[in-house]
Design a protein around this ligand. Structure first.
Ligand code: PMP
Length: 402
C-alpha cells in the first residue's frame, strides 16, 4: 500500500499573498504599498540609466558558466563598495563569494556558520526581514530575538538590544542590518553602533551584517556603509578578533531584483583559516547551485568598474532616494493635515519602508474600504507613493484612524 508523506499545509507568504490580492483587485484607485521594489513617479518599475548604459556595452553577453565563486572582477568591486577603496584586496583576511542575491548570501552564511561555528543561538532583531527567521531555522540553529524598536519612542531600543546580547554566549551569531532597517526604517546612531560593537567583541559573538540598501538608504554609498566599516576596522584587527560577515545585495541599489546579484564577504576570525573558509563556502555553493547567475553581476561590474557609469549610478541612487524622501515629506504633511497628530516619524525614517504605527485593524480597513494595501505590521513601502496617490492614501489613513 502507498504511504503518504505527512506534509501539513504551510501558511502562504504574507507579503506575496497580499500582492496577489492587490493584483486581483479591479478598483481603479488601488494603491500598492507592499513590495520592497522601487517605483518611479508614475508607479512604474524603473531601469536605472547606469544599468541601461551597461547593458548597451554588453551587447552580446556570454552565456558561459561562471566559476563556483563567481566573477573575480565583480567580487573585487563588490568588496570595495562595502569596505571602501582602501580595503586591502591582497592581504586582508576577507574571503568573498558571489551569491544568489542577498537572500542567498544570508543563507550561505547560515549554512556555513551552522556547520562550522556551531552557534548555540542566532540573535535576530524584533522586528526584522521575515526571511531571517526562516533562513536560520532551516539550518537548525535556535533563533532568539533582540528587541530592536520601541513603538513608544519610535526609536531604536538600544537598552533592549544590549540587555538581550548580554545573555549571549561565545560563538552565538548576531544579525545586524547595515542600514535602512527593514521594516522600521530606523537605524542605530554611530554611538549606538559603537556600543553594539563593544558588546560583540566582549561576548565573542559572530556578527552577520545584512546589507541590502547601501546607497539606496541615503544616496551616499560610503555613509550607508559606516557601521560595517567601523566593525571591520575595529573588531577584525585585534588578537581576539570577532568574526564578521556581510551579506550584500544588489537588488535595490541597482534595481536588479530578478537578476539575483549578491555577494558574501567573510572576515575570518583568527581561529578560522582563510583558505578553509573559502573552500567550504565553495563546497556549499557547488552542492546547492554550482555557480551563480552571470548576467546581473556583469552589469554591476561594468558600472562599478567605469568612472562615467559609476558617476551615473550615484546619480541614479540620488534620484531614487530623493524621490522617496520627498514622498515621506508630502505624506507626513498630508497626514498631519488629516489627523492633527504627529507623523514626523514617517519623514525621519530612512530607506524604502516606513513603520507607520497603524494597527492590524487599520490595515484591514484600509484595504477593504480604500483599496490601499500594506503589511499587517503597519509597514508601508514608500516607493509605492507618488504625487498621484499620496493625498488619497493620507485621506484614507485619516478616515481609518478617526
Ligand atoms: N535583507 C533585507 C533586510 C532585505 O530587506 C532584503 C530584501 N527584501 C534582502 C535581504 C534580500 O533581498 P534579495 O534576495 O533580493 O537580495
Amino acid at each position: 500500500s502507498q504511504e503518504y508523506l505527512n506534509l501539513p499545509v504551510v501558511p502562504a507568504d504574507t507579503a506575496f499573498g497580499i500582492m496577489a490580492d492587490f493584483e486581483a483587485d479591479p478598483h481603479p484607485n488601488k494603491v500598492p504599498l507592499i513590495a520592497g521594489a522601487y517605483r518611479d513617479e508614475y508607479g512604474k518599475p524603473w531601469i536605472l540609466p547606469s544599468v541601461r548604459m551597461a547593458k548597451e556595452r554588453l551587447d552580446e553577453p556570454t552565456h558561459e558558466y561562471l566559476g563556483i565563486a563567481g566573477s573575480p572582477t565583480f567580487l573585487r568591486l563588490a568588496k570595495e563598495l562595502v569596505f571602501g577603496k582602501s580595503v586591502d584586496n591582497g592581504q586582508h583576511n576577507i574571503e568573498s563569494i558571489q551569491t544568489v542575491s542577498g537572500t542567498g548570501a544570508n543563507h550561505l552564511a547560515a549554512v556555513f556558520l551552522a556547520r562550522h561555528l556551531r552557534p548555540g543561538r542566532v540573535f535576530i532583531p524584533n522586528p526584522t526581514w521575515v526571511n531571517h527567521k526562516s533562513i536560520w531555522e532551516s539550518v537548525g540553529v535556535t533563533v532568539a530575538e533582540y528587541p530592536y524598536f520601541s513603538p513608544v519612542t519610535q526609536q531604536v531600543d538600544i537598552g533592549g538590544i544590549l540587555e538581550a546580547l548580554e545573555h549571549a554566549e561565545p560563538n552565538d551569531v548576531v544579525i545586524l542590518q547595515a542600514c535602512a532597517h527593514n521594516p522600521t526604517g530606523v537605524d542605530l546612531s554611530k554611538s549606538q553602533w559603537m556600543q553594539v560593537a563593544e558588546m560583540v567583541q566582549r561576548k565573542k559573538l559572530f556578527a552577520v551584517f545584512d546589507s541590502a540598501y547601501q546607497g539606496f538608504a541615503t544616496g551616499d554609498v560610503d555613509g550607508d556603509a559606516w557601521a560595517v566599516r567601523y566593525f571591520a576596522e575595529t573588531l577584525s584587527k585585534t588578537d581576539d578578533a570577532a568574526g564578521i560577515c556581510v551579506a550584500q545585495s544588489f537588488s535595490k541599489n541597482f534595481g536588479l531584483y530578478g537578476e539575483r546579484v549578491g555577494a558574501l564577504h567573510f572576515i575570518a576570525p583568527p581561529n578560522f583559516s582563510t583558505q578553509g573558509v573559502r573552500g567550504h563556502l565553495m563546497a556549499i555553493a557547488r552542492a546547492e547551485y554550482s555557480n551563480p547567475p552571470r548576467f546581473g553581476a556583469s552589469i554591476v561590474e561594468t558600472v562599478l568598474g567605469d568612472e562615467t557609469l559609476r558617476a551615473q549610478w550615484e546619480n541614479d541612487l540620488d534620484t531614487m532616494s530623493s524621490r522617496i524622501q520627498k514622498m515621506r515629506g508630502i505624506l507626513r504633511e498630508e497626514l498631519e493635515k488629516q489627523t492633527e497628530k504627529d507623523w514626523s516619524h514617517v519623514e525621519t525614517q530612512i530607506g524604502m519602508f516606513s513603520y507607520t504605527g497603524l494597527t492590524k485593524e487599520h490595515v484591514t480597513q484600509l484595504r477593504e474600504d480604500f483599496h490601499v494595501y500594506l503589511l499587517p505590521s503597519g509597514r508601508i513601502s514608500v516607493c509605492g507613493l507618488n504625487e498621484g496617490n499620496v493625498e488619497y492614501v493620507a485621506r484614507a489613513v485619516g478616515e481609518v484612524t478617526k
